[in-house]
Design a protein around this ligand. Structure first.
Ligand SMILES: [Zn+2]
Length: 77
């Protein structure tokens, strides 16, 4: 991600990644939703993540470990 982005956006980005792996709880998901309502940057990031998720699920990579997924994510980004 870019430098110089607000701290709240960093937090949302982290939550967003958790959500991608179904680890975020209800309140975390709600926080993401509320934030992206007014934050265009994070809305875009969310969309990018969704695309990544669908790439991963299309490729049937569900059996990979979290570490392997994170490595893969680095390569794709
Ligand atoms: Zn934001």
């Amino acid at each position: 991600m870019e430098d110089n982005i607000p701290r709240s956006c960093h937090e949302i980005a982290l939550l967003s990644e958790k959500k991608q792996y179904q680890e975020a709880n209800f309140w975390e998901r709600l926080r993401i939703k509320m934030h992206i309502l007014y934050c265009e940057r994070c809305r875009k990031y969310e969309n990018d993540n969704k695309q990544l998720s669908s790439i991963l699920s299309d490729a049937k990579l569900d059996s990979l470990t979290d570490d392997e997924l994170k490595e893969l994510e680095k390569v794709i980004k």
